[in-house]
Design a protein around this ligand. Structure first.
Ligand SMILES: *[C@@H]1O[C@H](CO)[C@@H](O)[C@H](O)[C@H]1NC(C)=O
Ligand SMILES: *[C@@H]1O[C@H](CO)[C@@H](O)[C@H](O)[C@H]1NC(C)=O
Ligand SMILES: *[C@@H]1O[C@H](CO)[C@@H](O)[C@H](O)[C@H]1NC(C)=O
Ligand SMILES: *[C@@H]1O[C@H](CO)[C@@H](O)[C@H](O)[C@H]1NC(C)=O
Ligand SMILES: *[C@@H]1O[C@H](CO)[C@@H](O)[C@H](O)[C@H]1NC(C)=O
Length: 503
């Protein structure tokens, strides 16, 4: 009798704990974009454990990154795998290459590693205006071929296809969502794609970036980019919009409805806010946006047009990537909710765990606690100073220097030290990476960080890991030539800063 009672009580406790766990998480449908364009990516297994610790159950990858996919095996985490635009040409013309793609980059991970693949994202923002129509003709055939290959592989019921679209595929003629329709130059194409997705019960995927609205237009009302109220809300036939996210999403809903697709499911493939590299990008604004977004979505709430929700979103992004092209802007390497080393950047409650804040990864290994700085005996007028800084910034990430950034408070010496240290850390603290000419640099064990400016110590990077892919706003064109151009632009920008600094 006693034992029986004990058993009952124990089961009740288990049930209560389970109920509590369900009650404590608020039913949000939040995934993250996991980009891997970092010089020192965190080991995949550490990151996957961190995702689990944070209750994150969905990730989106920009490529079938082997190290990420193997780490995701048997984790249960739902995965969306991206296909870069530069593969669309071959996939569109050749059914065999679509079959090979599915077999090599998808089926094998499902069958041999137990990866829970749920979506294939065919292309990335292929209809961006700036791409001049390069991918217009190939995207639909590539989508169709991938779908046929999934059917042939027996995976079509588990894995859905979609195309992540930039929000400029639709527009509104009247400044309100109800004026929405697909952009006239690609309207026929969009309708064919939407029909194909609808026929196959696949979602439409859209990337929404209020930060870019603010970045591109100095007159954009800042409060409208966030979720905590706007003094002159938009009225659309009685539907009220106080944030541009809802207005943007509903412009898509209207575009679909007008063309006879009122019931299609929508995924927000990317949404987020960066923390550095621009005057509007810092931990306070990023927290305001991301926490506002999470609260806005909580409990499965929707938009004025689809009030019952839930809105399916993938945050951009999980972690900073110091090797991304900065063509879109210096903020591009700072979209993570976690720093390069996995430490949380700010207090953010995703509503997915009982802890209510981001949980850092366990077992991250750092290099030694030392930094490379400008030597106290260096002569600032030495021409080697300027050339050394441009070398350092041409080869490492200096996007936290500049107007409105986390290191804009540094003095001339601080600016130079910052550049030297970024190069030294990027080079894994090799002695020769802190031997700039004429003895102008030196290694110190005293942390030079000051105020918001953090002088980093790099992490020990997993040899098996490799930076391959990522994206972000307007980055549909992530090609090699772009990053070369970006590096050149980067270098020029910082040379100007440092020359100004020294004069
Ligand atoms: C698999 O994906 C990678 C990365 O996008 C790509 O380079 C490769 O060509 C793909 N393999 C096949 C067989 O399509
Ligand atoms: C698109 O066209 C513009 C103007 O002709 C050009 O500067 C740009 O490089 C083109 N972009 C691509 C991706 O071809
Ligand atoms: C649209 O979706 C709703 C809710 O899922 C469903 O009840 C309704 O039958 C759907 N309508 C059509 C035309 O598919
Ligand atoms: C610093 O360098 C400049 C330029 O090379 C030189 O003219 C100046 O004499 C140097 N000052 C000292 C104190 O060495
Ligand atoms: C340091 O560089 C920043 C730009 O990164 C510049 O605004 C600032 O004026 C520089 N500091 C000094 C003392 O020149």
């Amino acid at each position: 009798m006693g034992r029986f009672l004990y058993g009952v009580v124990r089961s009740m406790v288990v049930v209560m704990v389970l109920i509590l766990m369900v009650v404590c998480v608020n039913g949000n449908s939040i995934g993250v974009n996991w980009g891997t364009q970092a010089t020192h990516p965190l080991p995949g297994d550490i990151l996957v454990q961190m995702l689990k610790d944070n209750g994150i159950t969905k990730v989106k990858l920009f490529e079938p990154d082997e190290y990420a996919l193997k780490a995701l095996g048997k984790s249960g985490i739902e995965v969306m795998i991206g296909i870069p635009n530069d593969l669309l040409a071959s996939l569109s013309t050749d059914m065999k290459s679509a079959e090979n793609w599915v077999s090599k980059n998808l089926s094998s991970y499902v069958s041999s590693h137990g990866v829970n693949v749920r979506y294939v994202a065919v292309g990335n923002e292929p209809f961006l205006k700036t791409l001049n129509g390069t991918y217009d003709a190939m995207t639909l055939p590539a989508l169709q071929n991938i779908q046929s290959a999934l059917i042939k592989a027996g995976l079509a019921s588990q894995v859905k296809v979609t195309v992540p679209l930039n929000a400029d595929v639709y527009e509104t003629s009247s400044d309100v969502p109800s004026g929405g329709d697909f952009r006239s130059d690609i309207s026929d194409l969009m309708l064919k794609i939407v029909k194909f997705l609808n026929d196959n019960a696949c979602p439409v995927t859209i990337n929404i970036y209020p930060f870019i609205s603010l970045y591109n237009d100095p007159n954009f009302p800042a409060d409208y980019a966030f979720f905590d109220g706007f003094s002159s809300p938009l009225d659309d036939n009685g539907k009220t919009y106080t944030n541009v996210f809802d207005a943007n999403y509903d412009t898509l809903v209207w575009s679909l409805e007008k063309n006879g697709y009122s019931n299609m499911s929508i995924i927000v493939g990317e949404v987020g806010w960066p923390t550095d590299g621009d005057n509007n990008a810092n931990p306070t604004t990023a927290r305001r946006f991301n926490q506002g977004l999470v609260s806005h979505l909580s409990g499965g709430k929707g938009t004025p047009m689809r009030p019952s929700g839930p809105i399916d979103v993938y945050l951009f992004s999980l972690i900073d990537e110091d090797d991304k092209s900065i063509l879109p802007g210096n903020f591009e390497r700072h979209w993570g909710i976690f720093n390069y080393d996995g430490t949380p950047k700010y207090q953010l409650n995703l509503g997915l765990t009982k802890v209510g804040s981001l949980i850092p990864p366990k077992g991250v290994e750092y290099l030694a606690k030392k930094w490379c700085v400008l030597s106290s005996t260096a002569n600032l007028s030495d021409p080697q100073v300027v050339s050394s800084v441009s070398y350092a910034c041409g080869n490492a990430d200096c996007t936290s220097l500049g107007y409105g950034t986390s290191c804009s408070n540094l003095d001339a010496q601080g600016n130079i030290s910052y550049a030297f240290n970024m190069y030294y850390q990027e080079q894994n603290q090799q002695d020769k990476a802190c031997q700039f000419p004429n003895g102008i640099s030196t290694v110190t064990t005293k942390d030079p960080s000051a105020g918001t400016c953090r002088f980093i110590v790099q992490i020990k990077s997993d040899a098996g890991s490799k930076a391959i892919s990522s994206a972000g706003p307007g980055s549909g064109s992530g090609s090699r030539s772009c990053s070369v151009k970006a590096a050149a632009a980067n270098l020029l920008f910082f040379m100007v800063i440092i020359v100004i600094t020294i004069l």
